[in-house]
Ligand binder design. Structure first.
Ligand SMILES: Nc1nc2c(c(=O)[nH]1)N[C@H]1C(S)=C(S)[C@@H](COP(=O)(O)O)O[C@H]1N2
Ligand SMILES: [Mo]
Length: 224
């Protein structure tokens, strides 16, 4: 009798441990419960995401508040067909979603799940003149930055409108932030209103005071 009772307890213990192991091992990784109380995604493709509340934020003039009903993204310069895209038109393009880390040159960073439209999709609408080399991003706060056309095209870089499955909050760049993968945070323009395609090198807000215009996170922060 006693042995039988111990056997049953051992059996229950083993099942409980197996169940706990299953819960923590990733067997339930893709369950829809991978969100926090704000409805934010907390994991994406096995990568842990930094909650928006713990993500730092940097802006030269504070938060910009953009009205989505009157917003237009202007794309012009060395293109065949300049376009003015409404917020709705931007959302209607095919979207991409990726896990990407933002590293500010000051030493902080965070991991996000980003959703948006690629510049290749937009350039497909506008066409690009063959002599184009550089793309400049202008923002509502007077900020600007630029990247090489080849970098944007080859890496299929996106303009994000969602972070961790949440519409980009105003303080984080609504309606669009450039997800400049593997580049320092100062290339990640927020509140983008215009995109100019050019054949001249361009130095943006931080680049013009000495920050690297290449801005690879593995490279130097300052230009020598
Ligand atoms: N329009 C605009 N975009 C901007 C900035 C800014 O001041 N204005 N700061 C840049 C810098 S230095 C960093 S580190 C990132 C921070 O992005 P986050 O607020 O999404 O963390 O935004 C970049 N984009
Ligand atoms: Mo930054």
């Amino acid at each position: 009798m006693l042995y039988r009772k111990q056997g049953r307890i051992a059996f229950i213990a083993v099942i409980s441990i197996l169940f706990l192991l299953m819960l923590t091992s990733g067997c339930v990784e893709d369950s829809p419960e991978e969100t926090n109380t704000s409805g934010e995604a907390t994991v994406f493709e096995g990568n842990k995401l930094t909650p928006i509340s713990e993500q730092r934020n940097n802006a030269i003039q504070g938060t910009q508040y953009i009205d989505q009903d009157t917003y237009e993204l202007h794309v012009y310069g060395l293109v065949d067909n300049p376009v003015n895209l409404s917020y709705e038109e931007i959302l209607a393009f095919p979207s991409v979603t990726r896990f990407v880390r933002l590293d500010c040159v000051e030493g902080w960073g965070f991991d996000g799940k980003w959703t948006g439209v690629t510049l290749n999709t937009i350039f497909n609408e506008t066409g690009i003149k063959s002599n184009a080399t550089t793309v400049i991003f202008y923002s509502a706060d007077g900020y600007s930055t630029a990247l090489e056309l080849d970098y944007l095209v080859e890496n299929d870089i996106m303009l994000a409108y969602e972070i961790n499955d949440i519409t980009l909050p105003a303080d984080r760049g609504f309606p669009l932030q450039l997800v400049a993968e593997v580049k320092y945070g100062y290339k990640w323009a927020k509140w983008i209103t215009s995109i100019e395609v050019t054949d001249e090198p361009y130095k943006g807000y931080w680049e013009s005071v000495g920050y690297s215009n290449n801005a690879d996170v593995s490279g130097p922060a300052f230009e020598r």
